[in-house]
Design a protein around this ligand. Structure first.
Ligand SMILES: C[S@@+](CC[C@H](N)C(=O)[O-])C[C@H]1O[C@@H](n2cnc3c(N)ncnc32)[C@H](O)[C@@H]1O
Length: 275
């Protein structure tokens, strides 16, 4: 089982390092900034709650769980269509679907979810980015034969999601029911290393310094409630200082989101735990 979407900040490449920092045992699992869900899928949690502010992303989790047959049909048909085309025609199809996706207002429709998965597999770098008015604006990726419909994985993911509460709202509300012994992993938009270095605008809502402080206060509260908490962030002075009373680990991450290939080296990230 692996993420069915590639997402900015996806944790697939550091999962082995993060796994070593998971608590030895826990009851329920919570991931309030789930994104592509690499960590969620890795935990194989029996009961979980996942959340993200991005409604189209959450709509696609719900459809993979509840409407997987219909979704697979639609993706198979998009894949068949796409494979028959030459590169110019594929490009034309990509922009037509991007338009259709941006005009599909019902976040939770199977159609919108199938278009999101199609775009994620065919766009540049397989990432998600929106412009100021909320439209998906990543350009064509020139992939000749990407796997648009990975039926086996979608079915495995669908089964795993059956034990999961899927929410789209505030990260604070997502952990309201967390109890002692539960494990919560926070992967918020990172605090920028410098004013231009970081991409923190995943959707229309930015995550600023004040939000990092509020998240830390929530983690203090969860700690007092006996929850096991782990958080990833940038290895920045601000974050190191904010979490000075917590355990801190430095991990090296190979990054691919920088559009400048030369800057795609390893970068340090922090992992903070309260256990
Ligand atoms: C770093 S990404 C998560 C990456 C993810 N863990 C993975 O492995 O792919 C951060 C996510 O937080 C979401 N987000 C941003 N602000 C949020 C907020 N205030 N509440 C909930 N989710 C938010 C974004 O939509 C984005 O998907």
């Amino acid at each position: 089982m692996k993420p069915f979407l590639k997402w900015v900040g996806g944790k697939a490449r550091v999962i082995a390092q993060l796994e070593q920092l998971f608590p030895e045992s826990f009851n329920n699992y919570f991931e309030p900034f789930v994104g592509g869900g690499a960590v969620y899928f890795d935990t194989n949690a029996k009961t979980a709650t996942i959340n993200d502010i991005n409604k189209s992303l959450i709509g696609s989790y719900i459809n993979v769980r509840d409407n997987v047959d219909l979704l697979i049909n639609k993706l198979n048909s998009l894949q068949k269509q796409y494979y028959k085309l030459d590169e110019d025609q594929q490009k034309e199809m990509f922009y037509r679907i991007r338009n259709e996706y941006n005009n599909a207002k019902n976040y939770s429709s199977v159609k919108k979810s199938s278009l999101l998965i199609f775009l994620n597999k065919t766009c540049f770098n397989g990432m998600y980015r929106e412009n100021k008015s909320g439209g998906f604006n990543v350009p064509f990726g020139k992939h000749r034969k990407p796997t648009i419909c990975d039926e086996t994985n979608l079915r495995a993911v669908s089964e795993q999601l059956k034990n999961t509460i899927i929410l789209s709202g505030s990260y604070k509300k997502a952990v309201e029911n967390a109890k002692a012994g539960d494990f919560i992993y926070f992967d918020p938009p990172y605090h920028p290393l410098n004013s231009t270095s970081s991409f923190t605008s995943y959707s229309q809502d930015d995550f600023i310094e004040k939000d990092q402080v509020e998240l830390k206060e929530l983690i203090d509260d969860l700690t007092a409630r006996g929850c096991k908490v782990m958080m990833s962030n940038s290895y920045s002075k601000f974050i190191i200082n904010l979490y000075k009373d917590y355990k801190q680990y430095k991990i090296a991450v190979g990054r691919s989101i920088n559009s400048n290939g030369a800057k795609r080296g390893k970068i340090a990230e922090i992992v903070v735990t309260n256990y």
